[in-house]
Write a protein that binds this ligand. Structure first.
Ligand code: SAH
Ligand code: SF4
Ligand code: F3S
Length: 439
């Protein structure tokens, strides 16, 4: 029993965590396999952010039962859903052998050994210090070009709707030297792009051994590794987005010109009860600062439709925010009440589902129009593109992203993945740009 299959759901941080899990396993004589049919253990790294994320995982666990009826296969649930539900999950899903929260992955070898003997286990203690900084992640299913680097863990913000502070624990930053080392190693291995990850990267802070490093300094250190290494980051909280960071972004051509700035709502009252700690006015001031320092920056967002007590007027304010900012991309969600959050204790999930759905659809429709209009403006422009590989549609067509993180598809013409090329945009949809190589 030493073959492990890892399945990952949820955000980029979970994908980064699965790479840490892979590394811990490989150091302990386990083998990470690419085919679930070969596996002795299936580890499902889970997300708890919305109810539908959890339902999807429960469905997957039930599906795996068929395989368990044929042979020995142990299932472990890792990550946020394990942390949220703890032993309850073991009771409810009786074909699961263990649950393990995001700060316990060092215990995996021990726990797998117990589980192999038929025991059950729950490890859901959160830590104030764990950052796995000494563990070099193994890159699972990567494209060899672009990699995630986790720079901090946890969250201290306690937005009223959000489960993350409970599933990921307190915020802690990772040693900048280990982050820089990881980025350097990736570059030496041929990677061309790193994305620095945290729930609120703007509050990254390291105070140790005379080393006082905030996020702008960290970005500079990583950007200086090589002009050929692109640097991205996610996520910025609007309350902490500083001019200093924007100045650093403007200074280095290899820091990508794209900011993900989740707005959540366009209404001042909603933002207040969501505990976001900014007003629409503050948010628009940050947008204005981005446009001033980095005129070619793309801006993307997250938004929630139908949070507790949201009125029709407040929903209109969100639509107005979208019209004002004109996002290049948005992740749009219906509010989902999560157990343990401030909202679940003190508020009512009082917006009917059909109203939430309709509001969400209105936001999606508006954003679709805006993205298409934004993309049409790109026609004729030429961008440097980091080639990722064949496009979904055809092997003759390759795709890659520009600094603004927009995907551009173009005829291959001998280009290889990992190369930087120049592409002129010739056409578009609301999601993709089409272009031709400029030689
Ligand atoms: N740390 C990031 C967000 C992480 S969660 C930030 O603060 O911006 C990703 C997104 O999921 C959030 O931005 C929010 O839009 C959405 N989300 C979080 N909790 C949710 C809930 N209970 N219902 C619906 N969407 C939610
Ligand atoms: Fe959740 Fe808010 Fe933290 Fe983001 S900042 S992870 S939305 S609590
Ligand atoms: Fe989901 Fe946990 Fe990420 S709840 S969004 S996997 S931090």
């Amino acid at each position: 029993m030493n073959k492990v299959y890892i399945e990952t759901y949820g955000c980029q941080m979970n994908f980064a965590d699965s790479e840490i899990v892979g590394s811990i396993l490989q150091k302990n004589e386990y083998v990470v396999v690419k085919d679930v049919e070969e596996a002795d253990f299936v580890l499902i790294n889970t997300c708890a952010i919305r109810d539908n994320a959890e339902q999807r995982i429960r469905k997957r666990v039930k599906e795996l039962r068929a395989m368990q009826n044929r042979r020995v296969l142990k299932i472990g649930i890792l990550g946020c859903m394990a942390e949220r539900l703890k032993t309850q999950l073991l009771e409810e899903e009786d074909n699961v052998s263990f649950v393990m929260g995001p700060d316990s992955y060092r215990k995996l070898p021990e726990v797998l050994a117990l589980v192999a003997k038929g025991e059950k286990s729950a490890e859901t203690e959160l830590s104030e210090v764990e950052t796995y900084s000494d563990i070099a992640p193994v890159r699972l299913d990567g494209n060899g070009i672009s990699a995630y680097i986790s720079i901090m863990r946890g969250c201290e913000n306690f937005c009223a709707y959000c489960v993350v502070p409970y599933t990921r624990g307190h915020e802690r930053s990772r040693d900048p030297r280990s982050i820089e080392q990881e980025a350097r190693t990736l570059f030496e291995q041929g990677y061309k792009e790193v994305t620095l990850l945290g729930q609120n990267v703007n509050s990254y802070r390291w105070n140790c051994d005379q080393d006082q490093v905030g996020f702008p300094e960290l970005m500079e250190r990583i950007a200086q590794i090589s002009p050929l290494l692109r640097v991205r980051f996610a996520t910025s909280h609007p309350k902490d987005l500083s001019d200093e960071l924007l100045q650093v972004m403007a200074k280095y051509p290899n820091i990508c010109k794209c900011i993900h700035l989740p707005v959540q709502s366009g209404s001042e009252r909603m933002l207040k009860i969501m505990n976001r700690k900014y007003t629409p006015e503050w948010y628009l001031n940050r947008i204005e600062a981005i446009r001033r320092y980095i005129p070619d920056c793309s801006i993307t967002t997250d938004v929630i439709a139908g949070f507790c007590t949201e009125t029709e007027e407040e929903h209109q304010m969100t639509l107005d925010m979208f019209r004002k900012v004109r996002y290049d991309y948005a992740y749009m969600f219906k509010f989902s009440m999560r157990g343990g959050t401030y909202a679940s204790k003190y508020m009512q999930d009082d917006i009917p589902d059909d109203v939430k759905t309709r509001r969400l659809e209105e936001i999606i429709a508006l954003q679709g129009e805006i993205a298409l209009e934004n993309n049409r403006q790109e026609i004729g422009r030429t961008y440097e593109v980091l080639v990722e590989g064949p496009s979904h549609r055809s092997k003759e067509q390759y795709c890659g992203r520009n600094s603004q993180n927009k995907m551009i598809v173009f005829d291959r013409e001998g280009v290889e993945a990992g190369q930087y090329v120049h592409v002129q945009v010739t056409d578009c949809t609301s999601a993709t740009l089409l272009g031709k190589l400029v030689k």
